[in-house]
Design a protein. Structure first.
Length: 307
């Protein structure tokens, strides 16, 4: 583009207009992402997450996708900030830095009210990045807790800084309990992961129950009349599906789903069962029952349901 024909006054006016338009487009893009997440639309196109959809379908880089999704979720929580985004008082950097602090506080079970979050966001309006960082550090509700943890542990802070203060205390206690066999943080966490997988990973359970599953004869079992899926049948579904979503291939938050919903006459048998990740399962429910009906379930974070 060649703008050499523009006078200084015309170029200045155009700059102001383009900047305003860019901020309005950002606000619109965040609302598009919000609606896409509400519908679980990314699952329809076989993407594992909204982040993957934003990269592969919308063309954002990894960092651009992450920053916009984080900003979108803060806007969804605090719709009052939309005007501040459109006027430029708050930008992506402001929203991501503040959102990161709120996330850390939430993980540490230290909560702020919506009014308190809005008050903090007001304090960082139009500030440069370093000033924002300084303000957020001074306003952090974690400072007393972090000081308490520092006096509790002799480990270098960098080794535990990614965990909440309460989790750091739990890790220290586990290190004390396992001191006879696990000598450092890495070995303790490796042991904890092994125990957690043994208890929670359905694929591990399925492999472990293989001998019993060989004795499972569905033809000789009473016909299943309800939603309940016997352990042997559950293991068979996991082994057949390889522990991954049959739609997008994800291995996160895997659930057993009725291909024909149970409430619509689908039977609890191997031919009508499959593995879906949480997002694809929710999308299947939306397509089966409609967004209006399923919306109340999707708004409840972490709530499970069976289609």
């Amino acid at each position: 583009m060649n703008f050499s024909h523009l006078t200084d006054e015309m170029l200045n006016a155009s700059n102001v207009a383009v900047a305003k338009e860019e901020r309005e487009v950002l606000s619109k893009a965040l609302h598009h992402l919000c609606e896409t997440e509400r519908r679980r639309l990314y699952a329809k196109y076989k993407f594992e997450s909204l982040h993957e959809y934003a990269i592969k379908q919308m063309g954002y880089s990894d960092d651009q996708a992450r920053r916009r999704i984080n900003a979108m979720r803060l806007l969804k929580e605090l719709p009052q900030i939309q005007e501040k985004i459109e006027t430029g008082a708050l930008n992506l950097t402001h929203l991501n830095q503040a959102g990161a602090l709120f996330s850390q506080e939430r993980k540490a079970q230290v909560t702020r009210t919506s009014e308190e979050k809005l008050e903090l966001l007001t304090k960082i309006e139009r500030q440069p990045k370093r000033a924002v960082e300084k303000t957020l550090v001074n306003e952090s509700l974690l400072k007393p807790l972090l000081a308490d943890v520092a006096s509790f542990t002799s480990l270098k802070p960098v080794e535990l800084e990614q965990f909440s203060p309460e989790m750091q205390k739990k890790i220290m206690r586990l290190m004390e309990v396992r001191a006879h066999t696990n000598k450092n943080l890495v070995s303790v966490l490796e042991h904890a992961v092994d125990v957690a997988l043994e208890k929670s990973d359905q694929m591990v359970k399925a492999v472990r129950s293989a001998p019993a599953r060989k004795c499972y004869d569905r033809q000789n079992k009473p016909e299943q009349k309800g939603r309940y899926i016997p352990a042997a049948l559950r293991s068979e579904v996991y082994m057949r599906g390889g522990g991954q979503c049959s739609s997008c291939g994800s291995r996160r938050l895997i659930e057993i789903d009725h291909v024909i919903p149970f409430s619509k006459g689908g039977e609890t048998e191997i031919s009508n069962l499959r593995l879906l990740c949480r997002s694809c399962n929710q999308r299947h429910a939306i397509e089966s029952y409609g967004l209006a009906k399923m919306g109340k379930f999707l708004r409840e974070r972490g709530r499970l349901y069976c289609a």
